[in-house]
Write a protein that binds this ligand. Structure first.
Ligand SMILES: *Cc1c(COP(=O)(O)O)cnc(C)c1O
Length: 432
């Protein structure tokens, strides 16, 4: 089919400026070889998930679910087995009672750290919501209040690991090391699997028994290898991001060594109960179907990120990452350097949503963040950022973090509507 048909509906129904459509055609042609590579990774991961489902004899009766205590919930246990096979870990905890990525990370931390233990981040500041969990920012019930000491070694100015200071920071009391794969709300690079592998190797050489956790949020299925395959003891993420495939209505996962997953499980339920209770409430099929779709949903999202990077770089903005870098997550940061541009872009993303497209998002005081945050997500699942979404803390350097889309077609539309909004608002000039 001719591009002109697509451009016709983009112009007629979405009021996209003809000049933007011309640039978009050029950009789309330019990124085709990257799209091929993204499709290859998706194909591999699709087969990985399929074979995990077959190997574990997934059956229709697993979709039935339980209520109340949820003892002997075969579907829930099957889901956890399939996650373990997919992520190549001894065990997993995959539950609707885990309400977010922050909650999952909090369970993994509190479940495995005790008074007097030290926690080290060798990759700089963790994600905003963890500042309160750890107690870097004062918060009731933080790790700090529970006597756990936090140490941090920043990346060097050239974004390499600061091995000297990591070595100095590791002490006999260091119980756990936390490595955040994705950049979060910063403009640092997202760490590739190869980089994380090198870092884990270095840490193991000094502290062989330390628990190494990777915050894998936004990283699942971006590569064919997941962090547990390169030595992480625990990997943690949210089901309303990549692995939920857009269908999981809530949830988080913790995957890794049995002992450490159990640590998180007894924290979620209670000591003595651990993984044995927790009703699946009849939503197991959504978790499983979402996992099944996730590799291709992630691929659509990454295509959107690659397209946005190429487009906004062409228009003169600095993008993180640019397309010359290997991607390790689905997030595309664009440094607009102006709050008005950030807000206009996010409002454009909202306007391209299937749900609440008429709503105009504004910055607000979101729980867990220490500045105002704007979030655009007209999503089927509230707050889901594997669906087309953009968010930004309203602070220097005024960068927007764009991610997600259940399909590449929607990602492209979203990026174009957002750019169109910026142009209409007089905030972005197009080349003649
Ligand atoms: C999203 C995210 C989190 C927190 O997840 P929520 O589900 O928003 O609580 C933690 N770390 C990283 C890197 C993230 O991207």
């Amino acid at each position: 089919m001719e591009h002109t048909n697509v451009n016709q509906i983009l112009a007629d129904k979405f009021n996209i400026d003809k000049r933007i459509l011309t640039i978009a055609d050029k950009i789309e042609a330019k990124v085709q070889s990257q799209f091929k590579e993204i499709e290859r990774i998706a194909e591999y991961n699709q087969l990985k998930v399929l074979s995990a489902m077959q190997q574990s004899n997934l059956s229709e009766y697993h979709f039935e679910g339980s209520t109340g205590y949820g003892y002997n919930d075969a579907g829930r246990d099957k889901l956890e087995e399939i996650y373990a096979l997919t992520f190549k870990t001894e065990d997993t905890l995959v539950r609707p009672q885990v309400i977010s990525g922050t909650h999952a990370l909090s369970l993994a931390l509190f479940g495995n750290l005790k008074y007097g233990d030290e926690l080290l981040s060798p990759v700089g500041s963790p994600y905003d919501t963890l500042l309160g969990v750890i107690g870097i920012n004062p918060a009731k019930g933080s790790l700090k209040e529970h006597g756990i000491v936090y140490k941090q070694v920043d990346l060097l100015p050239d974004e390499c690991f600061d091995y000297d200071n990591i070595e100095k920071a590791l002490s006999p009391k260091t119980k756990m090391v936390t490595i955040q794969r994705s950049k979060g709300y910063s403009l640092r690079k997202s760490l590739t699997i190869a980089e994380i592998k090198e870092l884990i190797g270095f840490i193991r050489g000094i502290a062989p028994n330390v628990i190494i956790m990777v915050d894998n949020c936004y990283g699942e299925f971006v590569n064919i290898i997941e962090p547990a395959e390169i030595g992480a003891d625990l990997i943690v993420g949210s089901l309303i991001k990549n692995p939920g495939g857009g269908l999981a209505p809530v949830g988080g996962y913790i995957a890794g060594k049995k002992e450490y997953v159990e640590g998180a499980a007894v924290r979620l339920s209670s000591p003595g109960i651990g993984k044995k209770a927790g009703p699946s409430l009849g939503i197991t099929s959504r978790f499983l179907q979402g996992l099944f779709l996730a590799p291709n949903v992630v691929a659509g999202s990454i295509k959107g990120a690659v397209f946005a990077a190429e487009l906004f770089e062409e228009l003169g903005y600095e993008v993180f990452p640019n397309n010359r870098r290997e991607r390790s997550d689905i997030v595309q940061a664009i440094a607009f350097k102006s709050p008005e541009k950030v807000i206009s872009f996010c409002q454009g993303i909202q306007a391209a949503a299937p749900v609440d497209s008429y709503v105009i998002p504004e910055p607000w005081d979101m729980p867990g963040y220490d500045c105002q945050v704007i979030m655009a997500a007209g999503a089927f699942i509230s707050g889901s950022s594997i669906e087309l979404s953009a968010d930004a803390p309203i602070r220097e350097p005024y960068a927007v973090f764009y991610q997600g889309a259940l399909t590449w077609s929607h990602a492209k539309c979203g990026v174009l509507v957002a750019l169109n909004k910026m142009v209409k608002d007089g905030l972005c000039n197009l080349p003649n």
